[in-house]
Design a protein around this ligand. Sequence first.
Ligand code: HGY
Ligand code: MN
Ligand code: MN
Ligand code: MN
Length: 388
Amino acid sequence: MLAGLDEIRDLGADPVRGGYSRHLWSTAELGLREWFVERATRLGLGIDRDRNGNLWAWWGEPGADAVVTGSHLDSVPGGGAYDGPLGVVSALDAVARLKARGFTPHRPFAVIVFAEEEGSRFGVACLGSRLMVGSLDPAVAGALRDRDGVTLADAARYAGEDPELFGPDPAALGRIGLFIELHVEQGRGLVDLGSAVGVASGILAHGRWRLSFEGEGNHAGATPMIGRRDPMVAAAAAILAVREAALARPGTRATVGRLEAVPGGTNVIPSRVQLWLDARAETDAEAHELVATIAARASASAFVEESWSSSVEFDASLRDRFAAGLGGVPVLSTGAGHDAGVLAAHVPSAMLFVRNPSGVSHAPGEFAELADCVAGTDALESLLVSVL
Ligand code: HGY
Ligand code: MN
Ligand code: MN
Ligand code: MN
């Protein structure tokens, strides 16, 4: 049980940041893909790579109206051990248990690993699921660049994928009759409710924007303070405006987690500063109003939307049926985006959450007790039996 988390424990461990840095098609993430293929094959599942870098492991023949469960293996920089992998490991453990007890699915069933869910390498979250459902232009995706300037298309080629195939995949999407994603909770909802497992009700609206600030690069020592055009100062004011705007709007969240100065020398007044805004709210309208306020206050020379995800309400009948079927576990929303949120607009989807005593995620402190992870797999297994 959960041996898979131990098996991958050293893949992508980040000695500088702590936690894990497992980015799309990096050595670590390719190693995780190999682990998944080996583990799924050992379980007798058939591997299929779709046109958008997502990995599928089928129990029997692929077919229509399939039940699909899984999550992602990539991480944020310095991320936790559970965000993503817990859903994949639990899915494979559920398959192992079902096979061990001689269970036979009565409809097609697959475990899936989505590509670039965090968007940590190329900037767009849920890349693999967005391409699949057709909500991301493949030409735009192919041109996305990582921090080293490598395009997604080139990175795909290096990884043995064909970027010419990127794009809507109605065949793959059309096979999914029901998608269930198990995920470690990112917050303390289940801790406060005293439950090991919960079912998701919805996901906040969320998006990412890049703000650029232009200035006049110059020497840090030879340039008087008066008369400088230092873009770092404008960026700092914008970051404070981000915090003020979110604090003034209950339920909204706004974060600047990434900032880059050009040229980035300690003794150089930058010529340009870029920062990335992550903004979230309960409704699309509130999120757009939050961002409009920030845009009005930040004297950015460019304010570019890089990705947007509307708020998600999971299928209420499915959600309530699953919560009841699990003995009346709590139903709660989440501020974190997921592939299940992308799919929910296209196919019946549900999420299972596993308690995280720390409440922390996207950081090394992310944690889940083994007993709660087992309870999560128990819940997933019983849901699968109820729909397969
Ligand atoms: O950013 C998110 O909410 C998700 O963890 N990718
Ligand atoms: Mn995440
Ligand atoms: Mn995740
Ligand atoms: Mn997810």
